[in-house]
Structures are given as structure tokens and as C-alpha cells.
Design a protein around this ligand. Structure first.
Ligand code: FMN
Length: 384
């Protein structure tokens, strides 16, 4: 994820002058409200419990905000979750591992939402089996809904609208307490291993490692271009395609109109736009105050789903505790250029042989952020 609004704002002096001259109207109309509408309409106006739960599930975190979920509702009282093969990340996620983790986040959120409204869900992962190298046509999960008197809401659900993946610098004057890490580890509630550290030596090694892995991604043309092609710059692009990497707000849009921040300038690795994007990552990674990670025994598709379900819970618990969480996947990926980081992160985290590190994130206290775009639920339903 090569850019955040904040870092570019720092270098937006010229744009600020242009904006001031242009007056406030432009500034006030740049919010991509249509793209974030699903955050405001979730749960409303649905009588079918499946649709109501799905309207929350689409708010799940997922890699590069690809939103790869596709839902078949043709069987009454059930839904089948598929992966949209047009929404994969072939360079940075060659085995679709992260895509499956994102679908695990989706399933956990679906279950939390169903519980909130008194429904139990029976989730059968990969009911027709799964392929390891690449996902195929077979469904990711079959989910049965039934009303239950005994189902209890999960308090983590209260955090759904506030949850974010926070890609900003964190406050380096505010440590993360041991008790916070324990609470995050305890909440996972799944068959995964959750590790966490605020040990200064380990955090320092991970700060460096995550920055180096990001540096490799930014310098590896195919990997970097996968991000550039998913950038939506300005309100019109974000609303037309409410997914990928959204670069919104009046300043970035003005930089875009001035020709400073365009997909072409970002694709040019000798441009100042590229350099500025590059420069902002080191301080970001070095503002980590603690790290948290999820590992699984083996790397089956079901294990990947479990990792996603646990990550969603950790993200919601962090929100409840007022802590920001930023997933950092670069060192865990499978393309050849990141291999040295992959080996190193396993050493730092003392991963046992046979264990697969599925998620790694940095923790700290960061600024509050707007929600990220989402496609409306109706666009994610599989046609009959
Ligand atoms: C499996 C997985 C991997 C991710 N990896 C990264 C990452 O390396 N860097 C990053 O900035 N965000 C990463 N994210 C976060 C997504 O970019 C984020 O969930 C998405 O943009 C939607 O934003 P939200 O979580 O704030 O709703 C990852 C999320 C998932 C589920």
C-alpha cells in the first residue's frame, strides 16, 4: 500500500495555495460519500437475515481492499461464499493466501452480525474441497442460518463501524501496555497462534524488517505496479470504483489536477511523486510501538480462513481498546524478491518449523480515520 493521505499532505504546499485561492466549495464537496455509504446503511432495510448480516460482512478488512467476496443466495436459509477471480492479487499474493485470509475476516464478521440479530450460523469451509496452488471455482464456504434462542451477541460487534486498518504514523510517546497485548491475544478465540511483543529489542528488529520488506516491494516493479493500478485518485475515481487504494480528499485531488500526483507520475520510479510515497514508509514503520502476529499449524486453506477470522477479532478488540492496528504483509508474501525478509521474520518471531506466519501488524496510537470505500452489497451478489 504505497501511499497515505497524510504523508502527501506534508508535501502539498503548492496545492494548498491553489486550494485557498479556489475557495471552500471544492474542499467541501470532495468527500466520496457514495463510496462509504455501506458503512452507514449496514443493517438497515433488510428483512432477509442473510442480507442483513452480509451488509455488515462487506465492511471486513481485506487485502488491497479488493473485496473478493461473491455471494450466492439461491438456497433458502443458506448462502454460499465464492471468491471473485477478477479480484485477486497475482503478483504479491500468488497463491491467493491473503485473499483467503480476507474471506476469513468476512466470515467472522458475518457470524458476529448474525448473532447480533439472534441467528446462529453453521459455517462449512470449502464444502467441495480446495486447491492449494490457486483457488478454483469451488466455493469458499457454505453458511446455514437458523434462529436460536440461546445465541448471545458478541460485544466485539459494537466496534464494527469504528474498525480501521490504520496506515498512519503512530504516537511514539505512547507505549502499548502488556495488558493490552494480552487482551488482544486472548480475543482471537480460534485455532490459531497469536503472538505479540512490546519488547523494545524485538520491536526495533521488526520495525527495521517491515520497512526493508516494504522497500523491496516499492523497488520491485511488478509488485509496485500492482498497487499503482489499483489506485483511485480523487472523488470521481473512488466513487466509480470503491475499492483498491483510495487517494482522496481535496489536497490529493488538487495535486492530481495539477499533474503532480497521477497514476503516470506514480508509475515513474524516477518521479518526485514516487520518491515522496517511498519516503513516507520508513517513519511509518518506525512508529510501531508493538507488533502482533498470527500463525497457523500448516498452511491449509482452512487454516488461512481461521487466520482471517482471528485477525478480524484482534482488529475489533484493538478498536475497543482505542489502539490502532496496521497489517504489514510484505515480509510474509511469497514472491521471490521478498524471500530474505520471509526467512528473517520467521527468525525474529521464532516461528517453529511447520508453522506458517499468516498476518503481522504494527500497533500504536494513531489518528482517527474515515472509513475506506466499499462496493454496495447488491453488486456482490452472484447472478442466478
Ligand atoms: C490479509 C490482509 C493483508 C493486508 N495487508 C496489508 C498491508 O500489507 N498493508 C496495508 O497497508 N494494509 C493491509 N491490509 C489492510 C487492507 O488494506 C484494508 O483492510 C483495506 O484497505 C480496507 O480498509 P479497512 O480495513 O480500514 O476497512 C491487509 C488486510 C488483510 C485482510
Amino acid at each position: 500500500m504505497p501511499l497515505t493521505r497524510r504523508a502527501l499532505l506534508k508535501s502539498a504546499g503548492a496545492a494548498a495555495i491553489v486550494l485557498t485561492a479556489a475557495g471552500g466549495t471544492f474542499v467541501m464537496t470532495r468527500n466520496p460519500a457514495k463510496a462509504t455509504a455501506p458503512w452507514h446503511t449496514a443493517g438497515q432495510d433488510y428483512t432477509d437475515p442473510r442480507l442483513r448480516a452480509l451488509s455488515y460482512a462487506i465492511l471486513a478488512p481485506n487485502p488491497h481492499n479488493r473485496q473478493p467476496w461473491l455471494i450466492d443466495l439461491r438456497r433458502e436459509g443458506e448462502l454460499t461464499l465464492h471468491c471473485d477471480s477478477n479480484r485477486l492479487l497475482p503478483v504479491t499474493d500468488p497463491f491467493n493466501r491473503q485473499i483467503v485470509i480476507g474471506l476469513g475476516c468476512f466470515l467472522e464478521l458475518l457470524q458476529l452480525a448474525a448473532k447480533e440479530y439472534g441467528f446462529q450460523t453453521e459455517i462449512q469451509p470449502f464444502p467441495l474441497g480446495s486447491a492449494f496452488e490457486q483457488l478454483d471455482e469451488r466455493p469458499i464456504a457454505a453458511v446455514r442460518f437458523h434462529r436460536s434462542e440461546s445465541v448471545k451477541p458478541d460485544r466485539l460487534f459494537q466496534q464494527v463501524f469504528k474498525r480501521r486498518s490504520n496506515k498512519e504514523e503512530f504516537d511514539t510517546a505512547r507505549p502499548i501496555a502488556d495488558a493490552t497485548l494480552l487482551a488482544l491475544q486472548d480475543t482471537a478465540d480460534r485455532t490459531v497462534l497469536v503472538g505479540a511483543t512490546n519488547n523494545s529489542k524485538q520491536v526495533s528488529a521488526l520495525r527495521d524488517l517491515t520497512w526493508r520488506a516494504m522497500e523491496t516491494e516499492l523497488k520491485t516493479r511488478d509488485a509496485y505496479m500492482e498497487s499503482v493500478e489499483l489506485m483511485r485518485i480523487g472523488k470521481a475515481e473512488i466513487e466509480a470504483n470503491p475499492d483498491g487504494i483510495d487517494l482522496g480528499g481535496p489536497f490529493l485531488e488538487t495535486l492530481n489536477k495539477l499533474g503532480i500526483l497521477t497514476r503516470e507520475s506514480l508509475a515513474d520510479m524516477s518521479s518526485s511523486a514516487y520518491q515522496q510515497g517511498f519516503d513516507m514508509f520508513k517513519p511509518m514503520m518506525h512508529s510501531a510501538m508493538a507488533h502482533i502476529w498470527i500463525a497457523t499449524e500448516g498452511n491449509s486453506r482452512t487454516a488461512q480462513l481461521e487466520a482471517g477470522r482471528a485477525w478480524l477479532r484482534v482488529n475489533l478488540k484493538a478498536t475497543e481498546l482505542g489502539v490502532s492496528l496496521h497489517p504489514l504483509s510484505q515480509a510474509l508474501q511469497e514472491y521471490p524478491e521478498v524471500r530474505p525478509h520471509f526467512d528473517k521474520v520467521r527468525n525474529i518471531l521464532e516461528a517453529a518449523s511447520g508453522q506458517r506466519l499468516q498476518m503481522l501488524g504494527r500497533l500504536g496510537y494513531g489518528p482517527q480515520l474515515d472509513p475506506s470505500p466499499r462496493w454496495p452489497l447488491e453488486t456482490r451478489l452472484k447472478e442466478a
